[in-house]
Ligand binder design. Structure first.
Ligand SMILES: *Cc1c(COP(=O)(O)O)cnc(C)c1O
Length: 471
């Protein structure tokens, strides 16, 4: 791509692509400034100190262990930030014609090829900008797939699904049919059979489910779903538990999403930009959103017209910076290493689970996947998951996810991730044991934790009644 940096006589600089000589010449004169803007002048020291001090108020992955179950703050290599800041990516206008964006389209295309290899699902879209947005795309695909069968108005969602699953299905106009899981935290096949039928459009399975467990009956489940004429959706937000070990297509999955933020090297948290890549099995590709990248062996183009597509789900091509990180991750590690990444994620979660068995027992006492769901022991009725979470901040650990999944009382959902050292895990385990001992001695100290953070325990009732949104 031809790039030109212009410098105007007043010092303003502009980056110009593709032979457009002067950006200002494209604008109507009446929209141009008459005077330079009056911006405040601040010294570099003041700026650096301001942002450094702000960042120190933050409890983050760069400073602390962050075992936030289901929301994976995992391996986020800093070097990938450099890759997605490269000018040819970051300066590309979202409406640049495909002929001028061949490099970016090539990256998207090649990344989709890698996703095919990992999942076995044959076609992908990288457009959705979050996991929930991916689910919405999947539900729209199911709706379009069943267009001729107006009776298929229901989506079945087990009670171990992520909360976004039923919300998405409802948003898409489906009736949500909930099913209770069995005593092992898995889909109860008998319950499933009761509700599965000619009204079912799709079954949405979070896999691993939010109890951190693998659905052992997945093959039987997919057989039942397909026999009923419905589609099987896999919420693969946390594919890091399975990547390199099993292909969703082999489990009978028709549609799935992967959270590229979470599973593939971009942080999740704070609602920041994400990417919920959606894949479909053979036969459903024409329903994918418009804007799919095609390759004829020479050049990359965008598919902009199709009668069967659900349409576009995002105005541009997706959050490309997240895709670039995910692509780099998959290029850095081969299939065998990816399998080891998943194994380590599972090993770390089980290490924490077993070590804390006599303090905070797992609700389902069996081997878990990438996260373990702990709870408060029955003989400690005064201790609350909330106190544990707050007290951990005092001891230098970010809280795990609490009160989720809903089927577990006083849930503490711990996801260590695969890249944490044994030393870090041992430190966390010791902190949990300390809190357990403290709870026996002085529950009121825990009730008022945290004691050492910038902001102490907040009055949640007052905050809800009289929100003060300024700071
Ligand atoms: C995080 C998560 C989602 C939602 O992803 P967002 O990007 O936050 O919309 C959906 N399902 C599961 C299992 C998740 O962990």
């Amino acid at each position: 791509m031809e790039k030109l940096i212009i410098e105007k006589s007043n010092g303003a600089r502009g980056v110009i692509f593709n032979g457009v000589k002067d950006v200002s010449s494209l604008l109507d004169k009446k929209h141009l400034r008459k005077q330079e803007p009056n911006l405040p002048q601040v010294s570099e020291f003041d700026v650096v100190r301001h942002f450094t001090n702000l960042s120190r108020l933050n409890f983050c992955l760069d400073t602390h262990f962050y075992p936030l179950g289901s929301c994976t703050m995992k391996y986020n290599p800093k070097s990938y930030d450099v890759l997605c800041s490269l000018e040819n990516f970051s300066c590309l206008h979202p409406l640049t014609p495909a002929t001028n964006a061949q490099g970016t389209l090539e990256l998207i295309y090649k990344f989709e090829e890698l996703l095919k290899g990992i999942t076995g699902l044959s076609s992908w879209t990288l457009q959705p900008s979050a996991g929930a947005h991916g689910e919405f795309t999947g539900a729209l695909i199911a709706k379009t797939y069943h267009k001729k069968d107006k009776n298929r108005t229901e989506i079945i969602v087990p009670d171990t699904a992520h909360g976004t699953n039923p919300a998405t299905a409802a948003m898409c106009g489906f009736k949500v049919v909930n099913i209770k899981s069995n005593a092992h935290g898995r889909v109860d096949l008998e319950e499933l059979k009761k509700v599965l039928g000619p009204k079912t459009a799709m079954v949405m399975l979070t896999l691993p489910n939010t109890a951190g467990l693998f659905e052992r009956d997945i093959l039987e489940i997919s057989k039942l779903v397909h026999a009923a004429g419905a589609l099987l959706y896999m919420d693969g937000a946390n594919l890091n538990a399975l990547i390199g070990l099993v292909k969703p297509v082999d489990m009978g999955v028709d549609i799935m999403h992967i959270n590229l933020h979470k599973t593939l090297a971009a942080p999740h948290g704070g609602g920041g930009p994400g990417a919920g890549a959606v894949g479909v099995r053979k036969g459903l590709e024409e329903l994918l959103p418009l804007g799919r990248v095609l390759f004829d062996g020479q050049k990359y183009t965008l598919l902009t017209k199709s009668k069967k597509s659900i349409g576009q789900v995002k105005s541009f091509w997706g959050n490309i910076a997240i895709v670039i990180r995910a692509y780099a991750y998959l290029r850095q590690f081969d299939g065998k290493t990816l399998g080891n990444i998943a194994r380590n994620a599972v090993l770390n979660a089980n290490y924490v689970r077993v070590k804390l068995k006599n303090y905070f027992p797992a609700f389902f006492d069996e081997v878990c996947m990438h996260e373990c769901v702990l709870t408060i022991a029955k003989d400690m009725p005064n201790l609350k998951a909330l106190y544990v979470a707050k007290r951990l901040l005092d001891l230098g650990y970010h809280a795990p996810t609490i009160y989720f999944p809903l089927i577990v009382p006083q849930a503490l959902m711990v996801e260590p991730t695969e890249t944490e050292s044994k030393q870090t895990l041992d430190g966390f385990i010791e902190a949990m044991k300390q809190i357990f001992e403290e709870a026996k001695k002085d529950i009121s100290m825990l009730e008022h934790a945290p004691h050492k953070t910038e902001i102490g325990v907040i009055d949640e009732v007052l905050a809800a009644r009289e929100p003060n949104l300024k700071w």
